[in-house]
Write a protein that binds this ligand. Sequence first.
Ligand code: PEP
Ligand code: MG
Length: 836
Amino acid sequence: MSNNNNELTLGAPLSGPVLTLDSVPDEVFASGAMGDGVAIDPLNDCLHAPCDGVIIHVARTGHALTIRAENGAELLMHIGIDTVALNGEGFALRVKQGERVSQGQVLVQFDLDCIARQCKSLVSPIILTNGEHFELRVLDLKTVKVGEPLLQIAPRSVAPLQTAVDNSLVHASTSVRVNHRGGLHARPAALVRKTALGFSSESQVHLGDKSAACDSLIGLMGLGIGEGDEVRVSCRGKDAEAALHALVAVLSVAGNAAHPAPVAVAPRRANTEADVLQGVCAAPGLVCGPLLRLAAIELPADPGNHRADEQQQRLDAALEQVRGEIRTTLEHARQRQQVEEEEIFAAHLALLEDPALLDAATTAIEHGSAATHAWRDAIQAQCAVLQALGKPLFAERANDLRDLQQRVLRALLGEAWHVELPAGAIVSAHELTPSDLLQLSAQQVAGICMAEGGATSHVAILARGKGLPCVVALGADVLAVPQGQRVVLDATHARLELAPSDARHAEVHRIRDALTLHRQQQHAQAQGPAITADGVRIEVAANVASSAEAQLAFDNGADGVGLLRTEFLFVDRHTAPDEQEQRQAYQAVLDAMGDKSVIIRTIDVGGDKQLDYLPLPVEANPVLGLRGIRLAQVRPDLLDQQLRALLQVSPLHRCRILLPMVSEVDELLQIRRRLDGLCAELQLSQRPELGVMIEVPAAALMAEQLAQHADFLSIGTNDLSQYTLAMDRDHAGLAARVDALHPALLRLIAQTCSGAAKHGRWVGVCGALASDPLATPVLIGLGVSELSVSPPQIGEIKDRVRHLDAAQCQQLSQALLDLSSAKAVRQACHHHWPLS
Ligand code: PEP
Ligand code: MG
């Protein structure tokens, strides 16, 4: 079609009657929230390119794509309404994202019958999504055939963003796949809300025919967006583009990197053993003690007819009190760097400010309700919405709302939260809330049992973090157990034994005492070196993310820091830390480690870790995109600044620099040269050691060449597993298979060690495999001489090393390379080197 002075005439991508947008049977499209455009009710079964251009977005499910024309106009073509629900069925994509196409080219073939049978409508909107830069004129409103002129698009003569025209009309929208594990539940929703509040534009998220304002946490959760769902985000206002960019980044990031590894859950099964209740393990452990039940606050019937202003004041005061309490909890969590706890209570704070809740309570008060009842009813209405979504994760989030119900009721009723608990009690409840759990943990309870709840709930996350044995989903029977009855909670096996014999009781005490003693002994010996029975010294260092963790590692006997993840300094803020702030943070870690060395990894963002102030292009495959050292390609200034900060710590010889995601020798050489240049600028005579992470198969295969120029190599088994096995390391469904003891990984580790040995370089492991005691003999046997582990495990891994014979490890581990699976390797390890 013609392209005159950047004015473009678009050919019809489909054949059929042309409709105005307001006749599209979908509120979001019909309201123009997505942008201006037309719709076609298709009679053919192929979507064609309306112009020459590049396909800039393709929905995973094939039902929609966006083309950028040569003049920059971007057009979303959406086949049918609610067709995302078909999950790809009936759509055959003929192009890929990023592909250049010519006008008339077939983009998608679709099955008209299949869509017509299963979806709301075949009407297909064609939307100009960057209407702030272009004007659109519809040429024909009757019926078109593919390729016939349909729309005319011309650049706006003056960009609206630079004029005094009403900027509030600027709108931007796009679709994005939600990658948060488990969907858009409370914490990611809180993040979306926080992001949206940073802009003046009004933003909305749309899923199918439902929409929610981004400033309403409840609205967002109420959409029931699941992991992998495709949503549209639309922003309207002065900073619509920027808001859209930020929201897309937040929604598409695969969240909860901070989650602990999922705990193996025992499926709920019938109680086949007498006097044993079977549930689901939320946090492992074995304890015994008296079982005590906690009950929720019940309100008496409300006589009504209260004075609205008085009740509103009471509610406001109670809300403010609870907000204050949560802020204090948040502050403590921040100081202790308890990221999960912090996120959970940040979400609670956001819920307490949610217009959906506050408006509902205010309306009830205006109708004469008491503040207590108005608040309870507002919460319960929202709980019902979440429960009705029929998704377990969202139903679990209703528990967060119940938590706030209880807290605000306690504040309103002036009831101090205090329950007398005998030492070592096991607490049972219908479902505990996160703040209950914190209180109980502070009161030294021994374990938790819940009738309801799930292993992915916030309470479960907190219980795991606190090492508090916890079983959920035990059923209502647990509430009928008489107060104070002596029980055994075997959380590891998800069992509550209601009538343990004296012998069983004594056995549980024995097991616990033996375990405690063993841990104490390991801890007591943790300060000494880890030397194998045949005299090989293995450095057992720690993985840390802050100076507080470094201090813990030092106290636990770490021989050094094997990996400082510097991302901690860069995330959760609006501007990058400057050179001075970085220098101080790195120095604090060095200071915490006495005279031991500290390996500091340069920033590894990109992939799943995004920074607000570092907009990177939205990537189709973020973990294969600009992350780790590749960031230096686009932001060399950032890396320069970090290197300069690192070069100013003292003493410099205790600082070693580690480069993430290196895949070729040139990347290392380039940074080496840059480091030399900076040393010269800073007039340093000494240069810190420079190491390379081996976390990409290419790096392991090239270890020999890399070792020629690197001072040491450190294997990141987390990413090395992901990239070698082609399995997302955060994929819940593949979690059990992403096992770094896979023989393919062992071969890469062996190759890394032999390559390094040719140049006399040492090899460490800083991925999670280093913290797995079953793997210790294998890694030593393959030639690894440093293990960087999580701080609480230093004593355990040192103890393991001391009981091994390095020569025997070397001899036996070679044969493991020829086994057929990770499972076979694990079995062989148990056989050769049983765990104590
Ligand atoms: C690894 O990939 O094993 C590693 C240690 O780095 P991270 O977990 O930070 O990606
Ligand atoms: Mg890594």
